[in-house]
Design a protein around this ligand. Structure first.
Ligand SMILES: *Cc1c(COP(=O)(O)O)cnc(C)c1O
Length: 213
């Protein structure tokens, strides 16, 4: 990460590491916490809930980065400090309603579809302005930025284009008055260096930290 920052002429302090702990068991996470990692990302709501409960004795923060069905919102609101996979209005409404009920608020990133891969979730870039306007009435959701997964490809230019698209989405939103949408969560074990060169403020890294799954 430091080398990629240096190549891009960015201070290393600009890019955060978000460890992705999905599928790794409690002892591994306790070891990671002992090494100083305190924020973990999970892609399944149940796994996030279970791990958060098992390690409630540690001061850990949990971030959801995977598909969230509205019937799982209650668990996520109680156990996660952030959702990075907000991808539709119905989910935003369900999250906001539940947070209001519990007297809580939560930071969220909007997941954007930056490639043509049918399997990838996320809002289309052109739908972002309307989505942002719809979110403005939801006072318990603090929209902090955007998240994406790049196309899975050996073609570096294709991967880079996804990250660049996310940055451009963020810049356009900021220019149209949504200044608080500043974070860019992009890049994983295989492509985080490219993401940093394209402006990532955090990279979500699993296997490069914890080993193969
Ligand atoms: C699993 C996952 C990652 C991390 O993937 P690695 O290749 O293990 O680094 C990042 N983002 C999302 C959304 C994931 O599901």
């Amino acid at each position: 990460m430091a080398q990629a920052c240096a190549r891009a002429g960015r201070p290393a302090s600009e890019v955060n590491l978000l460890p992705v702990s999905k599928t790794f068991p409690e002892p591994v996470l306790r070891e990671a916490a002992a090494l100083g990692l305190h924020r973990f990302a999970e892609n399944r709501p149940q796994e996030l809930r279970d791990k958060s409960a098992l390690m409630a004795d540690l001061p850990l923060q949990w971030v959801l980065i995977g598909q969230l069905q509205t019937n799982k919102v209650k668990d996520v609101v109680r156990h996660a400090c952030e959702v990075q996979s907000l991808d539709r209005l119905a989910l935003a409404q369900a999250l906001d309603a539940r947070l209001q009920k519990e007297g809580l608020s939560m930071s969220v990133l909007i997941q954007v579809k930056t490639s043509d891969e049918p399997s990838k979730a996320g809002l289309l870039p052109e739908d972002l302005p309307d989505f942002m306007r719809a979110l403005q009435g939801m006072s318990s959701l603090q929209v902090k930025g955007l998240m994406t997964l790049a196309v899975l490809s050996d073609d570096e230019q294709a991967v880079r284009a996804c990250f660049r698209k996310l940055r451009e989405c963020r810049d356009r939103l900021q220019q149209s008055g949504f200044e608080t949408v500043s974070r860019l969560s992009m890049g994983m074990s295989g492509d985080f260096e490219i993401a940093i060169e394209e402006g990532a403020t955090e990279v979500r890294v699993g296997s490069a930290l914890f080993g193969g799954r």
